[in-house]
Design a protein around this ligand. Sequence first.
Ligand code: SF4
Length: 441
Amino acid sequence: MSKKLLLKDAHIEGIRYFETYRKQGGYTAAEKALKMTPEEILEEVKTSGLRGRGGAGFPTGMKWSFLAKPEGVPRHLVVNADESEPGTFKDRYLMEYLPHLLIEGMLISSFVLGSNVSYIYIRGEYSWIPDILEEAIEEAKAAGFLGKNILGTGFDCEIYVQRGGGAYICGEETALLESLEGKRGNPRLKPPFPAVKGLWERPTVVNNVESIAAIVPIIDITGAEYAKIGVGRSTGTKLISACGNINKPGVYEIDMTITVEEFIYSDEYCGGIANGKKLKACIPGGSSVPIVPANLLLRTVNGEPRYMNYESLADGGFATGTMMGSGGFIVLDEDQCIVEHTMTLARFYHHESCGQCTPCREGTGWMHKILKKIEKGEGKMEDIDLLWDIQRKIEGNTICPLGDAAAWPVAAAIRHFRDEFEWHVKNPELSQTQNYGLANY
Ligand code: SF4
């Protein structure tokens, strides 16, 4: 059984409220941290090996140490709660059931970074969660854990919740900052990075909800103890939101030493494939990461078991591996059609492109059009090569990672499931009435 650090109290009734959270030991990490110096806390975070839980997996302590500290210029912590990656809903769970864990993590992080005004930027579709967060903020303030002179330390901290308008691109940190400033959420060219010029051109750290929540157990048990959980550079625990054709969709906390096979088939987690079907493929880290067929998902090319951690999932690179990404684990059974699935994703990325750069603006739409054609049985063999060519011209040629996110699913689908694309071209009539999976299994 995986060790629980973040969700250990999630089952307790009323844990959403300050009184219950406090009774379970809530805010003791904050009390401990505020007796330390910011430098000491930063060392703990670095020692813990915590990697950003939003998708990129960049070491959090290192990110914090990049924050510029010009004299007299305010600094900010911004929590990225714009969780819009298809298949990903673990931050929603944390905010809905354990809002004080996030607030406590923000208090400690704000203290380290010297942020007297911190923000939570939350996606517009999570319409019921800002009220939960604002209530938690008020409770923390009434108990003296936010506001002026917190616990007599002289440190002041206010937290504000900002609702997004529902654009996927605002999950990209610089687009988020633009939106938070009241502008259209267009990603900025980097450098300068937010650590130097972020919100209102002030030094800013943008971190994912889960990353900030993880600061609480790190302070609680120490960075060294946190680093002992997990394996290699995949330290601590990770939240995974599992969905698709499985028996038990939901949010799970894993310690990154379990195999992918165990995660899918064990009753503790996904409980196996629904309706007794066979596993066909999986996107283990949110829709932007490469899809992998069952054989490469469960084993690496060397025949080793694949594990639920950053290194093992990426083993083999983009040719045979995938990525941990945001932890949105999407399982597909044998009845699913990869072409249809890829077309749906292409439509999503085209719709969400902000339109600033040509490869993304034009390429995503073009890919969607071709995929639609192939899926309907109206494609030609050369369309598959054209699709391959377009995704290659998008990757690495755009301002922000949305371009790559749109290109990778298409590349992986063609690489691993080219036969399905060809089936649609060779069977135009069948393609109009059936999907590949149903017609072939
Ligand atoms: Fe906008 Fe796409 Fe360019 Fe990102 S890659 S800046 S979403 S056009």
